[in-house]
Design a protein around this ligand. Sequence first.
Ligand SMILES: [Zn+2]
Length: 243
Amino acid sequence: MSRRPKRSGEPSDPSPGSGGPGVTPDDAAAVIPQAIDFQSGLEAKVLVLNRAFAAVRVVSARRAFVLLARDVAEVIDPTGGAYTNYDLTTWTELSELKYEFEPDAHDWVRTVRIDIAVPKIIRLIGYDKLPAQGVKLNRRNLFARDRNRCQYCGQLFPTSELSIDHVRPRTQGGPDTWENLVCACVRCNSKKGGRTPEQARMRLISKPKQPRRNPLISVRLGHEKYSSWKAFLDDAYWSVELK
Ligand SMILES: [Zn+2]
């Protein structure tokens, strides 16, 4: 087993709370004691709640462990229908039992001494704010909204083969909005050219709308692995940004 060289110095952003900028993934190595072998478990996703148990965002397990190691967050464990909170130390101890009794129920991070279960949910102890409203309009969210389906021919494509189409072209004053942007395959996009669907005699398979919640989260909610998030995501106001 190879060891990562020990780092000196403090994390660059010691302030608690927002999980704001200033923390790089490498900070995890500096903060988590002996967490040397980062395995795939660190790419698992963790739902972050604020102090009032409202969903704030989704982070990687790597980021979650940084927050836990700084004591600005605690684990919320939904096992058994109750929500129990743990600090990192007790969660690490509990992980030994979980590893024995429910190894398949968790992603795992291997450290030198022990395997730690990746929590599904953490709660920021000192953070009261709610996330900003709305879902960020970007390429990733747009593709997720359209589920990687070309909105003209209706076929599924890998992200690399999809482009973003302005329904009403920019040259005709079409804006960059959820209502005017759709996924299109290369073929449909070039067939449509700089025209509206009517001008090109093409039809959208659905009317493009702004999603009510982050579409990437909606996709994840379909996985059983993240089913424990649902209880925190049913509020109408809810929306989070994926980092
Ligand atoms: Zn197409």
